[in-house]
Design a protein around this ligand. Structure first.
Ligand SMILES: [Zn+2]
Length: 284
């Protein structure tokens, strides 16, 4: 049942959406039909829809059980959110994600820590639930670990997202604002991976010789393994996110590090490998 065992750390995926479609050139401006054509045979049908040509993304969390802590990394879109940038994410009533968390054997009360790689809706939505007209933390006993720079940048944007997904956690005094290289202990720590947002982090997990890292949105699609310079046009800094992605892929290429992506097709976890002058992915 456990997705992945890293030494004494047990890891499960908690999936909210599979194969959510995005129009490719609206995501990466460089991704015209002609530019993507050489990769379609490789990426279809799981990462690109063979009929529509849309890029298909998973939306999921990682549930991490160390010897000491039960940890959730990223919290998907959630329900009843106001965000109107993507129609399928607005005012959802589908609580599949909560049921999937329960199926993994964990009640919201049992979560000790919530980590958000960044504060976009699809990574912070289940931070809160709307109860009797008030947004309240979904995980009443958890500390929420947020990068201080990410909170400051998101607050400055002033979007409703912040009011719904972050402010209630701050008000409940459940947030812990940390540096982008914060370490919870010797098994769980952050790495600054800036560019997609101003305070974006990856989350490292290590037990004995086993090492994994949750990427957040420093990479969205396996398409970026063969086109690592393609950054989503909505990144905070597309030049910085490009450099971050290249540095990250080089650092882990041909190593034993398990790369745990949020948005790749299931099973979403694998090793980065060298493929001529770019990269490939070997799913595990
Ligand atoms: Zn995302």
């Amino acid at each position: 049942m456990t997705t992945l065992q890293l030494g004494e750390i047990a890891i499960d995926r908690v999936v909210e959406m599979e194969k959510a479609p995005f129009v490719l050139p609206e995501f990466f401006h460089e991704a015209t039909p002609e530019a993507v054509a050489p990769y379609r045979a490789w990426l279809e049908p799981d990462a690109i829809d063979p009929v529509t040509g849309a890029m298909l993304l998973t939306v999921q969390s990682y549930l991490v059980r160390t010897r000491h802590h039960t940890i959730l990394i990223d919290t998907c879109v959630g329900c009843r959110k106001s965000y109107d940038g993507i129609p399928a994410w607005q005012d959802r009533r589908d609580e599949t994600w909560l049921r999937n968390l329960a199926a993994a054997g964990v009640a919201p009360e049992a979560i000790d820590y919530v980590f958000c790689t960044h504060l976009h809706l699809d990574h912070a939505g289940w931070n809160t639930r709307l109860i009797d007209g008030r947004w309240v933390p979904t995980f009443p006993n958890a500390k929420y670990i947020f990068a201080r720079d990410e909170v400051a940048a998101a607050a400055e944007l002033g979007h409703l997202d912040f009011q719904e997904n972050v402010q209630p956690v701050l008000d409940a005094k459940q947030a812990v604002l940390v540096d982008t290289d914060y370490a919870l202990d010797d098994q769980v720590w952050l790495e600054p991976t800036l560019g997609h947002t101003a305070g974006h982090v990856a989350v490292h997990l290590k037990s004995g010789a086993s090492h994994g890292v949750v990427t957040g949105d420093l990479i969205h699609s396996p398409l970026q393994l063969v086109q690592p310079d393609w950054s989503p046009h909505f990144d905070y800094d597309i030049v910085q996110s490009r450099a971050t992605r290249r540095r990250f892929l080089d650092a882990h290429c041909e190593t034993d590090t398990r790369i745990m992506t949020i948005h790749f097709p299931l099973p979403s976890i694998g090793h980065v490998v060298r493929d001529r002058d770019v990269y490939g992915f070997s799913y595990v």
